[in-house]
Unconditional design. Structure first.
Length: 199
């Protein structure tokens, strides 16, 4: 099992994500990563512990108030920096963290390869983020509808958090067979694999 933490609000997301990921460490993991949205979108990820992620984040602009964090338990692809989450889509429009397994990822990947998509990692997750982006670009629908349409073709279990750079005030969450809880505050939202980061 791995972990997801995400935040959308007016506070600085970085400390909330790091603290949340530490609370989820008990679930077990091999890599950790975060995506932060401030003046630009920054992604930092690495094999190892959340403390390694903190070290790798030194010097990063951590002012963003939207972000997502992930601890990975590798199922598709070895534990390494590239296979760690978050994963960014080929054209850079979507970033995603994922708990679980996309069982039909090979079929979806083949479809995307014929449409010119390329992949950096060995993960099922990178297939999903590119599949979402391909629907968004081809059908010219909202990010939320793109996620819905993509998931209607997915077989497997997932908890996901998705961000689209063209819809900058929105985080999209979905789950099936994997846990994901949402905490609603005053003009702020938390998402996590269980309640411990939110508490
Ligand atoms: N299947 C995904 C991967 O291998 C997610 C694994 C997880 O739940 O951490 O990257």
């Amino acid at each position: 099992m791995c972990g997801i933490v995400a935040y959308l609000g007016s506070r600085t997301a970085y400390p909330i994500l790091i603290k949340g990921l530490k609370r989820l460490e008990y679930r077990g993991y091999d890599s950790a990563g975060i995506a932060l949205v401030g003046s630009a979108m920054n992604v930092v990820k690495c094999k190892g512990k959340v403390s390694d992620l903190e070290a790798a984040s030194k010097g990063l602009d951590i002012s963003g108030s939207i972000g997502m964090g992930h601890t990975r338990w590798a199922t598709h692809g070895v534990p390494n920096d590239v296979n760690s989450h978050p994963h960014v889509s080929m054209n850079g429009k979507f970033v995603l963290v994922h708990n679980g397994i996309i069982e039909n990822y090979a079929h979806l990947k083949k479809e995307l390869l014929t449409r010119g998509y390329t992949f950096k990692s060995e993960t099922d997750t990178e297939v999903l983020v590119n599949f979402i982006e391909s629907i968004y670009l081809e059908k010219k629908v909202s990010a939320e509808l793109s996620v819905r349409l993509a998931l209607s073709r997915v077989i497997g279990a997932y908890g996901i958090v998705v961000y689209c750079s063209e819809e900058p005030d929105v985080l999209i969450a979905a789950r099936k067979g994997s846990p994901l809880v949402i905490g609603v505050g005053e003009n702020e939202y938390f998402m996590a694999s269980d309640a411990s980061p939110i508490i």
